[in-house]
Design a protein around this ligand. Sequence first.
Ligand SMILES: O=C(CO)[C@@H](O)[C@H](O)COP(=O)(O)O
Ligand SMILES: [Fe+2]
Length: 227
Amino acid sequence: MSFDRTIKIAPSILSADFANFGVECEVIEAQGADWVHVDVMDGHFVPNITFGPATCAAIRPHIKGVMDVHLMIAPVDPYIEGFANAGADVITAHVEAGPHIHRTLQAIRGAGAKAGVALNPGTPASSVEMLLDMVDLVCVMTVNPGFGGQKFIHSQIEKVRELRAMIGDRPIHIEIDGGVDPTTAPLVAAAGADVLVAGSAVFRGGSITNPAPYGENIRAIRAAAVV
Ligand SMILES: O=C(CO)[C@@H](O)[C@H](O)COP(=O)(O)O
Ligand SMILES: [Fe+2]
């Protein structure tokens, strides 16, 4: 997985057809997705439950590119090896998920994956200042994690700007997750983000038997972000 700062669209399969994840991943890549974003929720760290490493392993052969696993679980550490073995390229843990995020990030890299750290909307940019040599990606949550289809929280744009300045020329992606659509994408791209996760705004209007809207939606977000 090489590093670059061009805009990457990462559809979240939280908005895909759960009975057809494999085909959804193949179709979404064929329609122009750069990464595939996989949301893991435990019903404890967030008030929703999705799936675990076994489902990630089942999805993996259907993704040619980057499998970006967003862990909304606590604790995280006991499950890192499982998600790495499932073939995750990026594993992102929340800074709020436990007292030892530094150890968690070490463990993710130790398991052979790229390490991401996610920040809830109430968590300041300064919380990752001491972690910059440990991370490959910082994920700014622009909704409270747990569900797709929520409204973008505009106050987070300033956080993206702060992170962009803090990161400087280090090879660290800034990912935005939540409420990304053609209206909000240019705001976060201008602030310095390069990975745009979008669930509802990508999957709306389409299906595995009618995939063209997926492509139109991806192109609309990319066109709005690349200014
Ligand atoms: O992590 C999460 C939600 O907790 C996201 O990845 C959502 O799936 C994004 O969905 P939209 O806001 O784009 O509908
Ligand atoms: Fe996510």
